[in-house]
Design a protein around this ligand. Structure first.
Ligand code: MZP
Length: 502
């Protein structure tokens, strides 16, 4: 006979934290959000790889590209570059993020000398950037011929067919510097010459980076930023259980700091084979997370298989229709609670602490705090990060609002069949995800800092100054549907009814 769980499957929205005693020391600036990313012998050694904030970005085409990876690592989290592209393309994205030096931008708006004013306008619309490098071959590292900025053209007076070489600022008139110039010296050159951009060239005149005056403030160090031993930003990469023998070496060579198997269902032989292959080839030097699971058995299986961290969540993602199409999954809160208990049992038994990640289904910022209180060490978010400037998708203006595109890996648009693979044909047989828009939310740094300030405030209300302390002290209650109504503004006439809370 089938097994029936006595508890219903619950979501974060069905819980609230009940405040505990807060001492005068409990203020948000005193809270540490540092949290382990990979397994370690807790109490006997330091975790070899920790996050400074409990947030990682989803392994998705519409979320984790190199720009978002840099922006998130700067705030203290890690992006997992999506694996639903060729190993070479993924490795190139890793390289781009690892090559990023604070303040030194690899130009993403480049054209060749044959381009026209119409091409400039089209590129500006696509990237949102108004400075375009004109290089011999139109690439980011081609020989620099000139720069086009907004001040170089006047749309009312110029034909769209005009060649860029007729109106760009040519190399002879540009102030440039050698690629080896320090950031400090670059900023001095910018200020002394009253210029907005400084192209840095190698000995052959090939463009390496551009330093922008507008970025001056962000050149300063961020206390939380997550750097490797060479001072590059830490970057993660998604892999699948099909082509790992080809993909993993390319990603490691490109500099990926941590890997994660991206699969809609991780309680499978394919995952243990993938981890075994990595251990055989790299021992413990390559860190790899696995998932997704939603129960004790799934956790124990991946723990025994050797996963460095384990991801939780099936069917809770905002773009996910797995529960509707296949009737499988589990409420995210219930899944996190059970897996956290299994993780603690495993730690008691073995002395090894395996961090767990709650993946998907975070709607409001306070859901992050709930996930942490229920035992998650960090959360993975897709919808949340897709809204920011740095996500790789188009920003559009629809029905009077700015939105960004966001699509699931199981949608026809992404066609990530490896994520849903159970052996058999190499194709997506039916959709498990949707293609959608999310409200545009500006720069990542601002959004993340705002979210984490809320997380820290709630932690203070619970009397906790760290995530482990929150997990020990948290008291949670299931809410009734009427008390959810009571929790929002009610029985008043709102002056601004369009205001939404994150
Ligand atoms: P969310 O943060 O948008 O709610 O959820 C993001 C998570 O949804 C991803 O990390 C991944 O686990 C999952 N996902 C991605 N694509 C699909 C799909 O197409 C999906 N079904 O479920």
């Amino acid at each position: 006979m089938a097994y029936y769980y006595s508890e219903p499957s619950r979501t974060f929205g069905e819980y609230l934290l009940v405040p505990g005693y807060s001492s005068a020391q409990c203020i948000p600036t005193e809270v540490s959000l540092r949290t382990p990313l990979v397994k370690y012998k807790k109490g006997q050694e330091e975790c070899p790889f920790s996050l400074n904030i409990p947030m990682v970005s989803a392994i998705m085409q519409s979320v984790s590209g190199p720009e978002l990876a840099v922006a998130l690592a700067r705030e203290g989290g890690v992006s997992f570059i999506y694996g639903s592209q060729s190993p070479e393309e993924e490795a190139a994205m890793i390289r781009k993020a690892k090559d990023y030096k604070r303040g030194f931008v690899i130009s993403d708006s480049n054209l060749g000398p044959e381009a026209t004013l119409a091409d400039i306008l089209a590129l500006k619309k696509k990237t949102g950037h108004s400075t375009v490098a004109i290089t011999e071959d139109g690439s980011a590292h081609g020989k620099l011929l000139g720069i086009v900025a907004s001040r170089d053209y006047r749309l009312s007076r110029m034909s769209l067919d005009l060649k860029v070489t007729d109106f760009m600022t040519p190399l002879e008139k540009l102030i440039t510097a050698p690629a080896t110039t320090s950031l400090h010296d670059c900023n001095d050159i910018i200020w002394d010459n009253k210029i907005n951009t400084l192209p840095l060239l190698d000995e052959e005149g090939k463009l390496q980076y551009i330093v922008f005056r507008k970025d001056y403030d962000s050149h300063k160090e961020n206390v939380n930023e997550l750097l490797d031993t060479h001072k590059s930003y830490v970057v993660g990469a998604g892999i699948n259980t099909r082509d790992y023998e080809e993909r993993v070496p390319k990603l490691i060579e490109a500099g990926a700091d941590v890997l994660c198997i991206d699969s809609s269902e991780g309680f499978s032989e394919w995952q243990s084979r993938t981890i075994a292959w990595i251990r055989e080839k790299y021992g413990d030097t390559v860190k790899v997370g696995a998932g997704n699971v939603v129960d004790r058995d799934g956790f124990n299986f991946l723990a025994e298989a050797g996963a460095d961290f384990i991801k939780i969540g099936i069917g809770g993602g905002s773009i996910c229709i797995t529960r509707e199409t296949k009737g499988i999954g589990r409420g995210q809160a219930t899944a996190v609670k059970e897996v956290a208990a299994a993780r603690d049992e495993y730690f008691k038994k073995t002395g090894v602490y395996i961090p767990i990640c709650s993946d998907g289904g975070i709607v409001y910022d306070y859901h992050i705090t709930l996930a942490l209180a229920m035992g998650a060490d960090f959360v993975m978010l897709g919808r949340y990060f897709a809204r920011f400037d740095e996500s790789p998708t188009n920003k559009l203006f629809i029905n009077g609002n700015y939105v960004k595109e966001y699509w699931g890996e199981g949608s026809n648009r992404a066609r990530n069949w490896q994520r849903y693979d159970l052996g058999g044909a190499s194709r997506l047989n039916f959709e498990e995800g949707v293609d959608s828009y999310v409200p545009y939310a500006g720069p990542l740094a601002e959004g993340v800092q705002n979210t984490l300030y809320k997380v820290k405030s709630t932690m203070c209300n619970c009397g906790a100054l760290s995530i482990p302390e929150l997990q020990k002290k948290a008291r949670l209650t299931v809410v009734s549907s009427t008390s959810i109504v009571e929790g929002g503004s009610h029985d008043v006439i709102l002056k601004n009814s369009s205001k939404k809370f994150d």
